[in-house]
Design a protein around this ligand. Sequence first.
Ligand SMILES: CC(C)(COP(=O)(O)OP(=O)(O)OC[C@H]1O[C@@H](n2cnc3c(N)ncnc32)[C@H](O)[C@@H]1OP(=O)(O)O)[C@@H](O)C(=O)NCCC(=O)NCCS
Length: 444
Amino acid sequence: MSDEFMALRDETDLIREVFVYSHRFSDAVFVFRIGSRIIDSPSFPGLVHDLSLLHENGIRILLVPAGGSRIDELLAIYGIETERVNGVRVSTPEAMPLIQMAAFDVATKLMNEFARNRVEAVIGNWVKARAIGVRDGIDYRDTGIIDKVNSDLIAKSLEDDFVPILPCIGWNAVGEPYNISSAELATQLAVSLKARKLFFITEGEAFTSDEIKLRREGIVTHEGYVSRVTVQAAEAILRDHPAGISGIEREMLHQAIVACRGGVERVHFLDGTADGVVLKEVFSTLGYGIMVHADPFENMRPMNQEDVLDVLRIMEPNIKKGVLVRRTEDDLQRLCDDYVVYEIDRTIRGCGALHRYGADRAEIAGVAVDENFNHLGIGQKIVEFLIGEARLLGLAGVFILTTQTADWFLSLGFVQVTPNELPAERRATYDEERKSRVYSFQLR
Ligand SMILES: CC(C)(COP(=O)(O)OP(=O)(O)OC[C@H]1O[C@@H](n2cnc3c(N)ncnc32)[C@H](O)[C@@H]1OP(=O)(O)O)[C@@H](O)C(=O)NCCC(=O)NCCS
């Protein structure tokens, strides 16, 4: 195929992906915590432009700009020093006016940039806070913790099409301001507004220490491809690798866990200095950056020899309808290691397999869900899990053969290819009479 044709196909695939995801996220709430150095970086206008595109496409966005570096700058100008204990700033009464000024300064810069994109943003005092108080003999003075966010009012401004911006300040009942953690604020907002995604836009790549990067079950970067970390793995990282992450990474990872435990499905860490990262994450099947997620695969496990009859039972109605190719007990026993099963209440309700071909390709096959459990997203989880396995194996791509389920695979981001593009070994066993269509999903 010519380079020109391949480029055109890539472009078409991209457009398809965008349509799939824009539909999936309309009316969804996304919360962004933006690192303070990003706001003065050259990538800032591009980032706000991309956030404006999300807003214009019906995604409800909320922003929490961090004050950190701006606060440091202002305190340095006025010669005021503050102490940090376990990464938390002790906000003295003399520092507090400058902290508040810095927090609102970054919020205003964000507001100005949205105005340039003709998006209406609003800065609000929607957060109730109280003093951390004295802990382990340390008086944190005007540093606060969040009591409550006024989610009703924030939801209303989202409905009215505003982009709410929340500086890292909260107020007590008599209007005294407290300096609060922007990571905690973003998390509380995501949980109380039932956000679909929470983003930490960082100043450079996060979690790059070798100790963390190399953990298979932890954070693994495949040259910019998404790295998935379950909440359990994130907890293990915090517990087992205290030296491998910085104070702010620790705080963000901790908040990511709180968010997932509070019902937010996915938390993303994106390097805000790179162009287009938010759009790449939201609108592509592979995603981007590092993701902490509640474990949607906790019901998935490898198939055992004892499961073979249950799996055949799920496949049987589809085999009779000609949707699935017939498999025997022997076939399943022989290829047992390739299969995974999905259980609900210890009963198998779904299955699927990943068959390797050569060093870098695999076929996803035998995907079936018990008819009484259709439309619950089980099929999608099985396919996503198998794609995740293929990615961990470092494969270049996966493919599927189907006669009647093409639209479903298209909706999951697969694209049609010709049977000639199958690996030679699989091409040799391709059933010319069955005339299955072939769909592929590229991983690199
Ligand atoms: C295809 C299959 C695995 C989907 O399982 P599932 O758990 O119900 O799927 P999900 O809940 O993730 O997705 C459901 C969506 O897929 C769509 N879908 C299901 N089967 C489809 C098909 N054959 N063609 C197009 N779309 C299909 C449904 O419209 C549904 O959308 P909705 O929930 O908005 O109504 C299941 O229907 C099945 O076992 N089919 C028979 C076997 C098969 O075709 N396997 C694939 C070949 S390897």
